[in-house]
Design a protein around this ligand. Sequence first.
Ligand code: BTN
Length: 248
Amino acid sequence: MEFDTLPSTNELAREMAVQGAVEGTTILAREQTAGRGRLGRTWTSAAGEGLYVSIILRPKVQPRRFSIMTLASAVAVAETLISEFAVTPDIKWPNDVLVSDRKVCGILLETATEGDKLEYAILGIGVNLGQPDFPDDIRESSTSLLLETRRLIGAEEFLWPLLDRLQYWYQAATSAPAQCLARWEQLSSYARDCRVRVISTAGDYDGVTRGLTETGSLIVELPGGESREVVSGEVSLRRLPAAAKGSS
Ligand code: BTN
């Protein structure tokens, strides 16, 4: 379903999921007036500048295994960028897609569970396509495909190949999760041996990444050698400069 303007494609998708809309229902808007991002942020969604799409999912997996779905979505976006638009992406855990170290795509996965059962999930994807510039507060950390390729790519031109990749990786996430995790690690410079600051409401800490667990959590080794499993949710990462040779 396509709309000129909506408050948020995720919000409409959620309302439709509650009313029983089938898996795969896809909602696209040219503009969002209340686009939302992770961690309670807003997602600026001006007309014609981005892809704003949400898909209703009803996967038959335990909620604790669900974060593989978010990693699968980032893999699908990254592969679309490589194969269709010849740009080299990176993935910042869990699912920010970067180009030239700046964010080009954000993914917001909102789930509804009942007991140990996932009722539905809304996969929301925002891709920066046509911004010629960004506001001061995000200029250093954001980019668009217009800035990276000098070409204005339309929302549908990005969406169709993306839906193919999403279908492939969504199935792989349930039937071959190890393949999905391996592909994510291949595409992410953050996956291993990357010094990061983990920023969370429970407190920040620094460490070095050591790959993913079988459920898609990020393993971070602390300076003392102890490992922590970082579960996606209210957490974000920041890359730290590599440690100087000789220091621990
Ligand atoms: C992030 O914070 O990185 C996630 C951003 C997700 C934005 C997309 S745009 C389509 C969908 N509808 C929303 O309101 N948000 C998501």
